[in-house]
Design a protein around this ligand. Structure first.
Ligand SMILES: [Fe+2]
Ligand SMILES: [Fe+2]
Length: 263
């Protein structure tokens, strides 16, 4: 038995700056939790921001190079931007465990351990693809929007589930099919295959978000859809805009009332 608790393991991953080490620890602690080597959740609180490597430089979303699926440099911009999201998503998984796991059933931590491990695979696939294209993660600036959303929602599980999996990751479900199609049109099947796999696996992440959001709403006797809408209005500047990938959202058991104002 490992004397480390799951929240200690989570905080260690969060405090690890280099992606290669963060990923190694994610797989090691994820496996240890799954096979019962780590048993206790514990109660260790992470710092507000995870450790990050020196590069990429983080900048404001408005200063970011435009994402595109076109050739050469623009394609690298796209893959780099998504790799950065996946790295943040690894930390979001562990952060959710450390902040909210101790007060929820064990199944919550089971879900977020699996999500952190999936995100580590996603990052590795994109990083390999960057390397094939003679680029590296860190070559380009990246923006900090995802972690800003994480910090705004660090004290409330409902706000976190609403903003991260149910709003931002669900947005990814909407945009991925178009990205895949454009990549294929441009002849980049290798990147398209990775994006397609990521899009498929993200459905489970959105589903976990919906499941735990609705679980906590039930515990607190709140109505899920209006609660979600209030939280989005409080924490999110933009609007939830179509087109929606209704098929993928439905597979994630997200009812249309959450996102379609006409539903
Ligand atoms: Fe992912
Ligand atoms: Fe995800």
């Amino acid at each position: 038995m490992n004397t480390k608790t799951l929240t200690q393991a989570a905080c260690e991953v969060l405090a690890t700056p280099e992606p290669i080490d963060k990923i190694r620890l994610t797989y090691a602690y994820g496996k240890a939790w799954k096979n019962g080597t780590i048993v206790d959740i514990g109660n260790t609180t992470p710092s507000s921001r995870p450790a990050r490597p020196d590069k990429p430089v983080l900048c404001a979303p408005a200063d970011m190079p435009k994402r595109s699926t076109g050739g050469g440099k623009r394609r690298i911009n796209l893959i780099h931007a998504i790799a950065h999201i996946e790295l943040n998503a690894i930390d979001l998984g562990w952060d959710a465990i450390a902040r909210f796991g101790p007060s929820l059933p064990k199944a919550f931590s089971d879900d977020w351990v699996q999500i952190a491990m999936d995100e580590a695979v996603h990052f590795e696939l994109l990083e390999q693809r960057l390397n094939e294209l003679d680029a590296r993660y860190g070559d380009l600036p990246a923006h900090d929007g995802l972690w800003e959303a994480a910090e705004k929602t660090s004290d409330d599980i409902l706000a976190r589930m609403a903003l991260a999996p149910m709003l931002l990751e669900a947005r990814g479900l909407d945009t991925t099919p178009g990205t895949v199609k454009k990549l294929r049109t441009n002849g980049d099947d290798a990147t398209a295959d990775i994006m397609e796999r990521i899009g498929e696996e993200e459905i489970d992440h959105v589903a976990a978000g919906v499941r735990w959001f609705e679980y906590v709403c039930k515990v607190r006797s709140l109505k899920p859809v209006p609660t979600f809408k209030n939280l989005v209005a409080t924490h999110f500047k933009g609007k939830i805009k179509p087109p929606f990938n209704t098929e993928a959202r439905t597979r994630a058991k997200m009812s249309t009332g959450y996102y379609d104002s006409n539903a």
